[in-house]
Design a protein around this ligand. Structure first.
Ligand code: AMP
Length: 414
């Protein structure tokens, strides 16, 4: 690896790409605010224990993907691979249990040591919501509605399909797990190595396998729905009714499970055909066992996380940023005057670039290159008269304007 290249799986986001990322984060935050989600920003660094306990030691994230290091004081630290565990840690350490129900929104970078490909990076950005303290299905319906509204606000709703499943309550899951393991034991020879390793420790994860052989074996595996108890069935039925009532279309995917160990009942994903292999745009579910498993007060929760990098690949082009005006000072006196003129115009809300060195033609070229809509030409003669020339770079016309009227005239042209 060359040390002057970005680290594998990380990227420099520059100019227009940065603007698209910011647009996504801002649209998501504004939409979440419509539902009363408050922002939370947890540290990028957490004690490794935060993830070991919550994600489960056999999960892919913990066993293969975490950036773990010992800091100079000898503490085991992890660069956060996802947002929920940190929010749950903050919930406990900040005593947020006093304020239930709690609706939180977050956005920021996450880190996973995965094999990079289109839509999959080692540093990537997510935003997400968590709704804590509500065990009724209303919460699931609301967070899914919020997800759908974010995708609509980003104009990608026509590309995204909602996939839904239930993994039931604990009792249902135990019953299913026993039956699934019994079935898969009979097909051990056909399973991939990863799935074989999961068979005893985390068999539900096998449902998630992308391996073709595993998927063929799973086709005849027992189905979760056969093992759901009445309470779990009722919960899932109410969820589907609620979503239909809001006009949200969904498909049921019986193989959809979450890679993380603390989920129950609702599991969902918005997927797209527009990217290729990395087809999940947003994924979430209910995680009633999480906060208790971390040593906090038993607190139900439901939430989701979306991948900003993947959304950036599919959102339409943004309306271009407003074009700036370029001040072109000619001569020493004008150059001295240009910064103050720039400040006055910016105070009036205009975007202003000042052509630095070179002759008139060089500075006009710069104005052109940055997409300026007008050049404000300030020469010695103009300065002495208290005027400037406004050259409209779209029409090629030029007119003389008093310096005192510049801001008004330029704003009128925009
Ligand atoms: P997860 O936390 O794995 O449920 O992921 C939630 C969302 O984050 C996914 O649906 C993706 O859109 C996004 N995501 C997860 N991992 C990556 C990655 N390595 N690179 C880019 N986006 C990712």
């Amino acid at each position: 690896m060359s040390h002057l290249q970005p680290v594998r799986g990380t990227r420099d986001l520059i100019g227009g790409t940065c603007r698209r990322f910011r647009h996504i984060a801002r649209t998501a935050a504004d939409t979440a605010a419509l539902y009363g989600f408050e922002e939370i920003e947890t540290p990028l660094l957490e004690s490794s224990a935060v993830f070991l306990r919550t994600l489960g030691e056999t999960s892919d994230v913990v066993s293969k993907q975490m950036y773990v290091f010992q800091d100079r004081g000898g503490d085991e630290i992890t660069l956060r691979p996802e947002g929920t565990a940190g929010v749950a840690r903050a919930f406990i350490s900040e005593g947020l249990g006093q304020h239930l129900p709690l609706k939180l929104f977050y956005a920021g970078p996450m880190f996973r040591y995965e094999r990079p490909q289109k839509g999959r990076y080692r540093q990537f950005q997510q935003f997400g919501v968590e709704l804590l303290g509500v065990d009724s299905v209303q919460a699931d319906i609301e967070v899914i509605a919020a997800a759908a509204r974010v995708l609509r606000a980003l104009k990608v709703d026509h590309l995204a399909k909602l996939q839904l499943n239930t993994i039931g309550d604990q009792e249902s899951r135990e019953a299913y797990r026993r039956n699934l393991v019994a079935y898969l034991r009979g097909h051990v020879a056909e399973l991939s190595e990863d799935s074989r390793a999961r068979l005893e420790k985390n068999p539900l994860r096998i449902l998630d396998s992308k391996d073709d052989g595993d998927r063929a074996t799973l086709r005849n595996a027992p189905r979760f729905e056969e093992f759901l108890n009445e309470a779990s069935k009722a919960f899932f039925a109410r969820l589907q009714d609620g979503l239909s009532g809001l006009g949200l279309a969904f498909e049921i995917d019986p193989l959809l499970v979450r890679g993380l160990d603390y989920y129950c009942h609702t599991v969902f994903e918005f997927t797209t055909d527009a990217i290729g292999a990395q087809n999940a745009l947003l994924a979430g579910g209910r995680y009633d066992g999480l906060i208790k498993s971390m040593g906090g007060p038993p607190t139900p929760g439901v939430g989701w996380a979306a991948g900003t990098d993947r959304l950036e690949l599919v959102i339409p082009e943004l309306t271009p940023a407003p074009r700036p005006v370029s001040i072109v000072p000619l001569g020493e006196a004008a150059e001295r005057e240009a910064p103050a003129l720039g400040e006055r115009l910016r105070a009036a809300g205009l975007r202003v670039d000042i052509g630095y060195g070179g002759n008139m033609s060089k500075r006009m070229k710069r104005a052109d290159k940055i997409g300026a809509r007008a050049a404000v030409i300030l020469g010695e003669a103009e300065l002495a008269k208290g005027v400037a020339q406004i050259k409209d770079l779209r029409q090629g016309t030029q007119r003389e304007v008093a310096l005192a009227d510049l801001a008004k005239e330029l704003a009128r042209d925009d």
